[in-house]
Unconditional design. Structure first.
Length: 146
């Protein structure tokens, strides 16, 4: 029972950290909009979240080693340990943005697209925070018997 609660919180935690990382990447792109030759970067959030949660594309869970303690997960029934942000960054495979509108200086950042991405990611970040808050409130109500 407790494993189901912790797995959901781990999913929310990984999602929040990846949203934060994506916000940093988008902000970096926006900051370099006037840098000649700069190529914008981004990553596929869904793939990164699957990788961070140890799932293969088919949905099977990969038994992974925790980077913080060096302990190996040998059974699916074990509680997972907290992973470093570095592991999440490794799961987010950065790719270069495709240049939609050519520019004279070779910069591939489309400011309108970056603003839309930034806003969308910010809304999804806020939604994840609300899910976490709701989940914690539900668990507290269940524990208190309300």
């Amino acid at each position: 029972m407790i494993e189901q609660l912790t797995k959901r919180m781990e999913l929310y935690s990984n999602s929040l950290q990846l949203r934060s990382l994506r916000q940093q990447v988008i902000a970096s792109n926006m900051a370099n909009v006037d840098t000649p030759g700069y190529v914008g970067r981004d990553f596929d959030f869904a793939k990164a979240l699957k990788n961070a949660n140890g799932q293969q594309p088919g949905g099977a869970t990969v038994l992974r080693t925790s980077g913080s303690t060096g302990l190996a997960t040998t059974s699916g029934a074990h509680l997972s340990t907290v992973e470093h942000v570095g592991a999440l960054q490794a799961s987010a495979k950065m790719a270069y943005n495709v240049q939609i509108q050519p520019s004279a200086d070779g910069n591939s950042v489309d400011m309108d697209q970056q603003r839309a991405n930034f806003t969308d990611n910010a809304i999804r970040y806020e939604s994840t925070l609300r899910f976490i808050t709701g989940h914690v409130k539900t668990m507290l109500n269940a524990i208190q018997g309300q």
